[in-house]
Design a protein around this ligand. Structure first.
Ligand code: PEP
Ligand code: CO
Length: 458
């Protein structure tokens, strides 16, 4: 594994010197909380601008190189984690289970694609949520909508729903301890390929997963062959694991932006990779302007209203230099739309001569609500959107670069279907998400096997 020379990257606070970095403040901005006490919010931002960075510029640069490889078709991205991380959910067990699930999926995908997999969590900072409405009304009582633990509480009381800037500090510290554990797990032996593979064997031995047995057996033979041949290199024992979240809460992201002493350029140090959501990607809005000025690799969600023009405008703003690895389009069209709506966007990128990284988010276009009132998704729709994504790329001749999924390592019951055949009544026992429904551990592994089959054909 390549290593980063930290001595070359001393990130300093006080980035006000970079011209234009704060231009976003003069632009229209969406999805920000109304802090009752603006001075208190400013004080927290000031404090956050002095805390140590969570990630280093050198790691961020390394990730950009990794993503450039993905965009060239030499690698594949797996990005996954909660819709909304919570403070109480940042326990050792839950973090371990999520990391474990992503590592297990990555082993299956590595085999299916015969390519390295870039592993990235929607983790260690995924605390801010965009909402369709500013308020929520229950039984005649109207309160501010829940905007994620970094803004307010989920409980439906006035006290809990009032935005509290002190939560930004707790968000930072929770992200720091989560990232610390992720680094420990992925560098300290837990990520050893042979161990991860042994967990996968448990999945494939379950009779419900019999259809994946063939692929599981092939992987087993490959691992046994490596062992017999005495392979014992570093990459078997440690993995690079990157942290990502939606860059939404501007006071937080701006306060954690630092200048890299080596290049003099600004980096958001709250995570390696930040994406701009479907609701905040306006080309003349604050989010696109701010993230266009920082060096991190940036993602943008593209929903079904996106056009060739959207692709061009966002590429010109966020990646004017056409730098490989800089820009990722995360498409979330819905299973019914992906085959019609994605190809024109891919063709537009070809005609423009750009090679952004194309990733499928098969979750956010496939939400449904059951008669019993659960927000859920059908596993089959998720799989269908992934298949449509691969078909669209095959049709146009572009590279399907990765998948972005909402998942947890726990045995929750939030999405319908999969080999456990979760039905509407089956959602009740463990529906735990505060936001969107996540694939559980089994459903995540099943998806990895299905994507691996697609990759082995593409
Ligand atoms: C999300 O990724 O949780 C999300 C809100 O997605 P989108 O912006 O695509 O709706
Ligand atoms: Co979500």
């Amino acid at each position: 594994m390549d290593t980063v020379d930290y001595s070359e990257h001393v990130v300093t606070p006080n980035p006000g010197v970079v011209e234009g970095l704060d231009h976003w403040q003069s632009l229209p901005i969406k999805q920000q909380p109304h802090w009752p006490d603006a001075a208190a919010a400013a004080a927290v931002s000031a404090e956050l601008s002095t805390v140590p960075p969570l990630v280093f510029a050198g790691e961020v640069d390394m990730l950009r190189e990794r993503l450039a490889r993905v965009a060239r078709g030499e690698s594949f991205l797996l990005q996954g984690g909660d819709c909304a991380e919570t403070f109480v959910g940042a326990t050792a067990d839950q973090i371990r289970n999520r990391v474990k699930t992503i590592l297990q999926m990555a082993v299956v995908l590595t085999y299916g694609a015969s390519l390295p997999i870039v592993k990235m969590g929607r983790m260690a900072g995924q605390f801010a949520k965009p909402r369709s409405n500013d308020d929520e009304t229950r039984d005649g009582v109207t309160l501010p909508a829940y905007r994620g633990d970094i803004v307010n509480g989920f409980d439906f009381t006035e006290d809990s729903r009032t935005p509290d800037p002190a939560r930004m500090l707790r968000g930072y510290h929770t992200a720091a301890s989560t990232l610390n554990l992720i680094r420990a797990f992925t560098q300290g032996g837990f990520a050893d390929l042979r161990m991860v593979h042994s967990w996968n064997k448990g999945f494939a031995e379950n009779p419900a997963n019999a259809r994946y047995e063939g692929l599981a057996r092939e992987i087993d033979r490959a691992v046994k062959f490596m062992e017999a041949a005495g392979a014992d290199f570093d990459e078997l024992k440690r993995v690079e694991f990157y942290a990502s979240h939606e860059g939404l809460l501007m006071e937080y992201e701006r306060a954690l932006t630092r200048i890299d002493s080596r290049t003099g350029l600004p980096y958001v140090t709250s995570g390696h990779f930040l994406w701009i959501g479907e609701r905040t990607r306006d080309v003349d809005g604050a989010h696109v302007d701010f993230f266009s000025r920082v060096r991190n690799p940036i993602g943008v969600k593209l929903g079904p209203s996106s056009t060739a023009e959207t692709v061009k405008e966002l590429s010109d703003l966020l990646d004017p230099d056409r730098e490989p690895g800089r820009l990722t389009f995360i498409t979330r069209m819905g299973a019914g739309d992906v085959r019609d709506k994605l190809p024109p966007l891919l063709k537009a990128s070809q005609e423009l001569g750009i090679t952004p990284l194309w990733v499928t988010d098969p979750m956010h276009g496939n939400g449904i609500t059951t008669k019993t009132g659960y927000k859920t998704r059908r596993f089959d729709d998720v799989v269908d959107e992934v298949k449509g994504f691969f078909e669209a790329h095959r049709e146009v001749g572009t590279h399907p670069g990765g998948i972005h999924v909402e998942l947890t390592g726990d045995d929750v019951t939030e999405c319908l279907g999969g080999s456990q055949k979760i039905d509407e009544l089956g959602l009740e026992p463990r529906y735990e998400s505060l936001c969107d429904p996540r694939l559980n551990h089994q459903q995540s592994l099943e998806l990895a096997f299905l994507v691996a089959e697609e990759l082995s054909h593409s």
